[in-house]
Ligand binder design. Structure first.
Ligand code: FES
Length: 148
C-alpha cells in the first residue's frame, strides 16, 4: 500500500467518523430542543353519574375509527365503584366486530364471544386477547378522555 493511498483511507475514515459524531449530536440535540408533543386535550364523554355499577354504557369515541358499514368505534364505560370507571374500545380483538353490553358480559355477536366487564378479559369465544383499554378519568362530574 502506498503512503498516498494510506493517507486517503485515513482521511475518509476520519471524515466518516466526524460526520457520524455530528449526526449523533444533532439527533441527541433534537429531542432536547423541540417541545414535547402536547397531550391530547381531554374531552367530555358523559356525566359520570350516568354510568352505574352493573350497567356498562356505550359512548361515542372521539377520533374513533370508522368501520365498514359507516359505523364508528365506541367506548364501553364500566363503573367499578364510586371513584372508578374503566373504559375499553368496543372493537372485538378477534375481527373488529362491535362489542356491546349484554347481560353481565360485554358480548361480540359475530362469533359469540364474551368479555368480562371489569377487566376486559375474554370469558368465552375466539378473541385472542382482552379488549383494548382506553384512558379515561373523572373530573368535575364528567367522564373525560385521557389521564388526569
Ligand atoms: S369478531 Fe368478535 S368474536 Fe369474532
Amino acid at each position: 500500500m502506498s503512503p498516498e493511498r494510506h493517507t486517503r483511507r485515513d482521511a475518509l475514515s476520519l471524515g466518516a467518523a466526524a460526520v457520524g459524531a455530528v449526526g449523533a449530536a444533532t439527533i441527541a440535540g433534537c429531542g432536547e430542543d423541540e417541545p414535547q408533543q402536547p397531550k391530547e386535550k381531554p374531552e367530555r364523554l358523559i356525566k359520570a353519574d350516568e354510568v352505574q355499577v352493573g350497567k356498562p354504557k356505550l359512548v361515542k369515541r372521539p377520533h374513533g375509527r370508522m368501520l365498514p358499514g359507516r359505523e364508528f368505534e365506541q367506548i364501553i364505560l364500566v363503573r367499578v365503584d364510586d371513584k372508578t370507571i374503566k373504559a375499553y374500545s368496543n372493537l372485538c380483538t378477534h375481527a373488529d366486530c362491535l362489542v356491546k353490553p349484554k347481560g353481565k358480559t360485554l358480548h361480540c355477536p359475530c362469533h359469540e364471544a364474551d368479555y368480562e366487564p371489569t377487566t376486559g378479559e375474554v370469558i368465552t369465544g375466539p378473541p385472542p386477547k382482552p379488549l383494548a383499554k382506553v384512558d379515561v378519568h373523572i373530573a368535575d362530574g364528567w367522564v373525560m378522555t385521557g389521564t388526569a
